[in-house]
Write a protein that binds this ligand. Structure first.
Ligand SMILES: [Zn+2]
Length: 258
């Protein structure tokens, strides 16, 4: 198969490069939502944690209510006793008063704790309500962003489809065997939609009398090519691929011999 005019693959290459870019953009677009989705997950977790915290605090408050109730009963009993008991010695009377004020002090300590918890509950509720506002904001940002992205994807897909059609028109002029190799390189990883690689050359010395006086490299991966490979490309008897990146090599301009 003579491949002299490999440059007729260049329009196909140009199309495929563009199609590759469109595909990349289409695939990467939904990733823009990840940032918002992560935010949403973290805020939902925070809200749940805060709600659990409130449950715990309510339970603590309930236990303190029971404790307060118990102490109030003791205070009532001792107050009743002080009023109804007869023939109390002054010493007994002072002892009861002391006990009663001891209970009242205990009650005060627990009531202070109760108030502290109540304040914490109120504070937590406020923070939940702020977080729920944030959650709504992020939700609506996600839905706005999603429709933007969907519109962009739709637009890119239309453009890509029209290139796909142009591509199939181009294919009718291309030899099957060549196309097979071309497509294999196109679909292999790391070629980034670039199948054809120009051979670059650089003079090794001032006087260049043969092709051996140049260093050749693949434009696709910068790997140095042997003069033998370059020669094969020039003979154009077969498709020559870069040994490193597999791209199909072609020569745009031949080195100038002096
Ligand atoms: Zn290469």
């Amino acid at each position: 198969m003579k491949v002299k005019n490999i440059s007729f693959l260049l329009p196909l290459q140009a199309l495929d490069r563009q199609i590759y870019e469109y595909n990349k953009d289409i695939e990467s677009m939904p990733i823009e939502l990840d940032h918002y989705k992560k935010q949403l997950i973290s805020i939902k977790r925070e809200i749940l944690d805060s709600k659990n915290k409130i449950k715990e605090l309510e339970l603590k408050k309930k236990n303190l209510d029971l404790e307060i109730g118990g102490i109030e009963e003791k205070i009532k009993k001792i107050s009743d006793l002080i009023i109804t008991a007869k023939k109390l010695t002054n010493e007994e009377y002072q002892l009861m008063l002391k006990q009663k004020s001891g209970f009242e002090a205990d009650k005060k300590v627990i009531e202070d704790k109760w108030l502290e918890i109540e304040t914490e509950i109120e504070h937590t509720k406020k923070s939940i309500s702020l977080k729920e506002d944030d959650e709504k904001d992020i939700d609506s940002q996600i839905s706005v962003k999603t429709s933007e992205i969907n519109a962009q994807i739709k637009d890119l897909t239309t453009k890509k489809n029209s290139l796909d059609m142009k591509r199939s028109e181009l294919l009718t002029d291309i030899n099957d065997e060549m196309l097979k190799i071309y497509d294999r390189v196109l679909n292999s990883e790391n070629t980034n939609g670039i199948v054809l690689a120009k051979i670059n050359h650089q003079a090794k010395r001032k006087k260049t009398s043969t092709f051996e006086d140049f260093i050749y490299s693949c434009e696709g991966c910068s790997m140095e090519l042997t003069p033998q490979d370059v020669n094969k490309v020039l003979m154009a008897d077969e498709i020559i691929q870069c040994r490193n990146c597999s791209r199909i090599l072609y020569m745009n301009e031949q080195p100038q011999l002096t």
